[in-house]
Structures are given as structure tokens and as C-alpha cells.
Write a new protein. Structure first.
Length: 159
């Protein structure tokens, strides 16, 4: 059986913390689909198309990684893609409560699909897209926490 995992998120924008989770996932699963959520509750800095394009560029060397976007319920998307797993990253205890709720409801809605949590790499435990946007606003150097293509895109946004 081919193992396919969906790695969902906002990726607004993708950071090296995300890439770490994606590449580690890609070394375990046959295929990883990075899926950008059209999230109506959040006001994003980058459009879904921009986020997909930044992710495509950032993951271009990972042969078994695909980038896509989706609307609606994650579990429906996972089933549509015939995936058998969801990958999520955990940074701190603060991530845990939400992730436990999401994994529980996903288990109820799709008992055949497993959620796998990957512990953040210590280097990136503090790293989030929000922090990146906050510091990039003040022209701080973000080149060691985001892929180059994202550092360039942030420069353009704040020019
Ligand atoms: P969401 O809005 O769904 O949390 P994010 O884009 O913030 O989307 O994150 C997508 C996934 O990547 C989540 O599982 C999140 O926990 C994980 N993630 C984000 N940053 C890091 C990091 N620095 N280390 C490990 N996992 C991370």
C-alpha cells in the first residue's frame, strides 16, 4: 500500500520550521501533499496562490512532495486524495490542546485516517509564520529562518 500523508496548514508564509516537518515527513511517507488551507477566519498576508507558489519553490528538491490547496473540511480533502495520514508539527505545549481536539474530531469523521505529530526541531521551536511577518515588517534579516524565496517575497511586500 502506498502511504500518502497530507500536511495541512496556512503557510502564510512557509518557514524553515514547516520545511523541516515536510522533509522529515517525506522521508517516512511515500508521498506528502502539502495542502494550503483557504482559511476564512484568518486575514492572510499572502494569497493562497502566492503561498502555493512559495511552497512549490521551497520544496522543489523534494521529489515525493506535492503542493496543493483546499477548501472545506480537512478530512474530506484527505479522503479525496486517498491519503492515509495527516502530519502536524508540535512546537510547544500551547499547540497541544488545539491539536488534540482537531485529531480527535478527525478520528471521529475518518477513523481510517491517522494523525501523526512530529516534534519541532529544537532550532525552530520558537518559529512561526506570525513571528516571521512581525520581524520582517521592521526589515529584520529573516534569511536564516525562511527559504530564500520567502525572504525575497517579504522584502517586496514591505518595500
Ligand atoms: P495552522 O494555521 O494550521 O496552524 P501553520 O501554517 O501555522 O498552520 O502550521 C502548519 C503546521 O506546521 C502545523 O502543524 C504547525 O504546528 C506546524 N509548524 C509550524 N511552525 C513549526 C515549527 N517551527 N516547527 C514545527 N512545526 C511547525
Amino acid at each position: 500500500m502506498t502511504s500518502i500523508a497530507v500536511c495541512p496548514g496556512s503557510f502564510d508564509p512557509v518557514t524553515l520550521g514547516h520545511l523541516d516537518i515536510i522533509s522529515r515527513g517525506a522521508s517516512v511517507f511515500d508521498k506528502v501533499i502539502v495542502a494550503v488551507l483557504h482559511n476564512r477566519n484568518k486575514q492572510p498576508m499572502f494569497t493562497v496562490e502566492e503561498r502555493v507558489s512559495l511552497l512549490c519553490e521551497a520544496t522543489k528538491d523534494l521529489e515525493n512532495v506535492e503542493v496543493d490547496s483546499f477548501n472545506g473540511l480537512l478530512i474530506d480533502y484527505v479522503k479525496e486524495k486517498k491519503a492515509n495520514a495527516i502530519i502536524r508539527g508540535l512546537r510547544a505545549v500551547s499547540d497541544f490542546e488545539y491539536e488534540m481536539q482537531a485529531a480527535s474530531i478527525n478520528k471521529k469523521l475518518g477513523p481510517e485516517i491517522e494523525t501523526f505529530f512530529m516534534m519541532t526541531n529544537n532550532h525552530y521551536s520558537y518559529l512561526s509564520s506570525s513571528i516571521v511577518k512581525e520581524v520582517a515588517k521592521y526589515n529584520a534579516d529573516v534569511s536564516d529562518i525562511v527559504p530564500n524565496v520567502v525572504a525575497e517575497a517579504l522584502k517586496k511586500k514591505f518595500k
